[in-house]
Each structure stands twice: as structure tokens, then as C-alpha cells.
Design a protein around this ligand. Structure first.
Ligand SMILES: Cc1ncc(COP(=O)(O)O)c(C=O)c1O
Length: 500
């Protein structure tokens, strides 16, 4: 029962009597060993105080529902609420992973059909839905690579090659899978250098990992040449599909000659993500790699869906149970709602939005575009000139954007661009919000240096020591019960925010 100042004790008791008996009963008795022996120390607050506290906290948060979120390489697109609503239906959310297959035919059907849809979108033969993130998809793909070479008696293939534009998870996943990583420099245009690739490929190469379009937002148009070189060396070609939002309905990695593909469902196919989750990184393969896919696999025969563990050459299980089902479900709904034309249009608008912003910002001559190639769904500007002339770095621009109520883009990635601002507006944004963001960036470039260096000034917390916050996080804080003044509570909440 919540406390409310206007009711007296007898009235509260009377109200308590109105609660039906069955509602008062605990659902199940806890064993005494698990029951509390001391009272719970929680602040004694009125409901309205609690509501205001949590509402205020929710307003301190920033998400795609709050405003534009052009975090390059992250595809922070709008996530339709219907996907969230359906994923919360009891018929999905209350399913237990150990339930008998006969009682979860609908969920298995969704997984089966999602695999088919991803095959069609990417041009691959078969998918596993198990990996729970892009990085875990990469790791799975590299274990598949190893299983494939082992099966073919090629255990001497111990090296993975990747370009210097690769996302950091690529070398990390390859290293975790036990490979030696070689990074090759890109051309001046920001694409794979064919002659360097050719020289680096050897009988030791297990796989070449490539993101296309790459993290500069440039489509690797030499992909046919690249796949020939890689396959002629006996190596596999791996596709990091995190940038799939640029090419849906336009080009398919399967048709480009990739052998293994991972897709970030939580980027391209709608799921709010961030802070490490939730996600799904399904992996698709060509026929020659199918036998190594993780188990179980969802199979379909005569109106019946089942989980099949019977694959002798499988790399085994990658994730508990069958993957991150609610993310798979949201992607399934999103793809059904969008349809083929809708997905193609999403990519077209994502590319249009990025190129509109790029042109306006580059034409302003306040920011530079080091790699001049035509851009797809994202582009990378450099603040190096601002840095040299005024001492303003990419980090300062990002912090100042917060004062304009905008989420900054990705900064300092890819590492081959000095003082990088990596902007990916996605298809979700209107021209008005793109213009608003462009205006803010242009104003910042002309602002008084100290204003930019001191930013942010109108956020709940000022500039953090981010390295310290990561190395020394404070996850909990304690309130003295009932003895705080309003000022003390305020300070306490703000410092909690600061540490998080
Ligand atoms: C190009 C690229 N590859 C891989 C990943 C890794 O995906 P995840 O964050 O889901 O592990 C990302 C994530 O930002 C990415 O941008």
C-alpha cells in the first residue's frame, strides 16, 4: 500500500479491506532460508516522489525516441513500437526454452522463416540465428572457417587478413578464435588495396574479413577482383554485415562471392540497442560450410518444426538455447512489415540522408572529407583543421553537440581518419532534423573556442573523466534512511548519475 498524506490510518485499513483476498496472497511461499530476517532498507517516500524521481531519471536518458542519434557504424534507426508490443505478448515472452517442441511450433516457425528471409536478403544458403551480437557472429564465422579448413586438411591456414578500416571487433574475434591477424593499409581512396592484398595472401591465409560498404561508408567496388584473389589463394571471404542498411534490396553479399556473412539484426532490422545489448548476429553461409553450422538447427517437414542436433561436423553450440529470441522476433516483424520494397526504400533513404548531410557539411568548408569517394549510408568527416587552427578536437565538437540537445556521432573511428566524426543519420530522420543537426555542426565550428572547450554546460553532468569512469565504475550508492534534506537527495542523485 502506498503512503498518501491525506488519508488517516483507519481509512487506510478500510481501503486495505477492499483488496480481494486472493490478491493479498503471496504467489508461492519462499523457503524460510531464503526469507529476509531484517527489514528492507528502502526510503520511505510518497508515490508522487517516486514517480517524479523515475520520470526525471527517464528524462535524463537519450535514445532514438528523443532525437537524432547519428552514431556512425551503429545504425541507430527508429524502432517501430509494434515490434516491441508483439515481442511482449505472453505467447512469446512467457515461453520457456525447455518447453516441448510440440508446444512452441509458432516460435520455431518464426525462426525458420526468418532464416529463409535472411537467405533471400543476403544471397546466402543457410543461416544460424544463435549468435547474440555482431561480434559473436564474427567469432562463430571464424570457428566455421577453422572447421572448414580442418575438414579439408588445411590446418596450416592460421592467418586472418583485414583492412585498416575494419571494426575493432574483427581483429578481436579473429584473435579469440586463435588466428594471427594481419592488417593491411587501404588505398588513398579508402578502399582495399588490391596489390597489397595480393602480396599478403598466402597458403597460410584462412580468411579475409571485409565490411562492404566499409566503415568509411565507401562501397568496395573492386569486390569481384577481391573475391577472385581471396579464393584463388584457397582462403575464405568473410562479410561483416553491420553496414547492410546501405544495400538492402540493391546488392547481396552472396552474389559478391562472400562465403560467410554476419548480420547485425539489432542495427539493420530494428531493435533498440546500445550499452552492450540486446542484439542478434545471425551467420549465413554458402553450401560448402553448411555442415559446420552450430546446433540445434530449426528444420521443417510436413507441417512440423523441430530442433535438429544431428550434425556430426557442427562446431557445436554458440549460445544458450536458441539465440536472443525477442530480437529475432522483432526483426521478423520488421521485415514482414517493410516487405521487399520497403527494405529497398529504407536503404535508399539512408543513403540519400547521409549524402545530403555530407554535401552540406563539406560545401561549408568548415569540416573536411579526407576520403572523397561517393558515400553510402554514412560518411566520415575530419576536425583536423579545427584542431590545428583553433585547438578544437572531435571530442570537443561531440561534447558541444550535447548542449544543442543532440547525440554526437561516433568519434575517432575509423582510426585512419584524424579527428574523425563518423555520421550515420539512417532513414528515420526527416529533412528538418538533418538540417537542424547540420546547423548545429556549422555553428559549433564558428563558436568561441572556450565555449566549445568547456562544453557541455547545460547537461545534467559536465565533462566526465571517461577513462576513469570506465576503469573505476561505481555501481551502487546508499541513502541514509529518512534523514536526507532535499538538497542532499539532489546531490546524491546527481553524483550517482555522474558515476554511471
Ligand atoms: C562494422 C561493425 N562490425 C561489427 C560490429 C560489432 O557488432 P556488435 O556491436 O553487435 O557486437 C560493429 C558494431 O558497431 C560494427 O560497426
Amino acid at each position: 500500500m502506498y503512503r498518501c498524506a491525506i488519508y488517516d490510518e483507519p481509512l487506510l485499513n478500510e481501503l486495505e479491506c477492499c483488496i480481494p483476498q486472493e490478491k493479498k496472497k503471496p504467489v508461492a511461499e519462499l523457503p524460510t532460508t531464503l526469507q529476509r530476517t531484517t527489514p528492507l532498507h528502502i526510503p520511505n517516500l510518497e508515490e508522487i516522489q517516486v514517480v517524479r524521481h523515475f520520470l526525471r531519471l527517464s528524462q535524463m536518458n537519450y535514445g532514438i525516441d528523443t532525437g537524432m542519434y547519428p552514431l556512425g557504424s551503429c545504425t541507430m534507426k527508429y524502432n517501430p513500437k509494434i515490434c516491441e508490443d508483439i515481442s511482449r505478448w505472453e505467447s512469446f515472452a512467457a515461453v520457456h526454452p525447455n518447453q516441448d517442441e510440440s508446444t512452441v511450433q509458432g516460435s520455431l516457425q518464426i525462426m525458420y522463416e526468418l532464416e529463409q528471409m535472411l537467405c533471400e536478403i543476403t544471397g546466402m544458403n543457410t543461416f544460424t540465428l544463435q549468435p547474440a551480437a555482431g561480434a559473436q557472429g564474427e567469432f562463430t564465422g571464424l570457428l566455421l572457417t577453422r572447421a572448414y579448413h580442418h575438414f579439408n586438411g588445411q590446418n596450416h591456414r592460421t592467418d586472418v587478413i583485414l583492412p585498416d578500416t575494419a571494426h575493432g571487433t574483427n581483429p578481436a574475434s579473429a584473435t579469440m578464435a586463435g588466428y594471427t591477424v594481419t592488417e593491411i593499409p587501404s588505398t588513398q581512396e579508402g578502399t582495399v588495396d588490391l596489390s597489397v592484398l595480393e602480396k599478403t595472401l598466402s597458403e597460410k591465409t584462412a580468411c579475409f574479413m571485409l565490411t562492404n560498404p566499409n566503415t568509411l561508408g565507401i562501397f568496395e567496388s573492386d569486390i569481384c577482383e577481391i573475391q577472385k584473389l581471396v579464393h584463388n589463394a584457397g582462403s575464405l571471404l568473410y562479410y561483416d554485415g553491420a553496414n547492410m542498411n546501405a544495400i538492402m534490396g540493391k546488392a547481396r553479399p552472396g552474389d559478391m562471392g562472400f562465403d560467410i556473412v554476419h548480420i547485425n539484426l539489432h542495427k539493420t532490422f530494428s531493435t533498440p540497442h546500445g550499452g552492450g545489448g540486446p542484439g542478434a548476429g545471425p551467420v549465413g553461409v554458402t553450401k560448402k560450410l553448411e555442415r559446420f553450422l552450430p546446433v540445434p538447427r530449426v528444420i521443417h517437414s510436413k507441417n512440423n518444426y523441430a530442433l535438429d542436433y544431428n550434425y556430426m561436423d557442427s562446431i557445436g553450440k554458440i549460445k544458450g538455447f536458441y539465440g536472443n529470441f525477442s530480437v529475432l522476433l522483432k526483426a521478423y516483424i520488421y521485415i514482414l512489415m517493410m516487405g521487399q520494397d520497403g527494405l529497398t526504400e529504407a536503404s535508399e533513404i539512408a543513403v540519400l540522408n547521409a549524402n545530403y548531410m555530407k554535401k552540406k557539411l563539406v560545401d561549408s568548408k568548415k569540416y573536411d572529407l579526407p576520403y572523397k569517394e561517393h558515400r553510402t549510408h554514412e560518411f566520415v568527416l575530419s576536425c583536423e583543421r579545427l584542431h590545428q587552427e583553433k585547438g578544437i578536437r572531435a571530442l570537443d565538437v561531440a561534447k558541444r553537440l550535447l548542449d544543442y540537445g543532440l547525440h554526437p556521432p561516433t568519434i575517432y573511428f575509423p582510426m585512419i581518419v584524424k579527428e574523425a566524426l563518423m555520421i550515420e543519420p539512417t532513414e528515420s530522420e526527416s529533412k528538418t532534423s538533418l538540417d537542424n543537426y547540420i546547423d548545429a555542426l556549422l555553428k559549433i565550428a564558428d563558436e568561441d573556442v572556450q565555449t566549445v572547450l568547456n562544453a557541455p554546460t547545460n547537461t545534467k553532468v559536465r565533462r566526465l573523466d571517461e577513462a576513469l569512469a570506465v576503469k573505476n565504475p561505481t555501481f551502487t550508492w546508499k541513502m541514509k534512511q529518512n534523514t536526507f534534506t532535499t538538497e542532499e537527495k539532489q546531490t546524491c542523485c546527481e553524483s550517482a548519475g555522474r558515476h554511471h
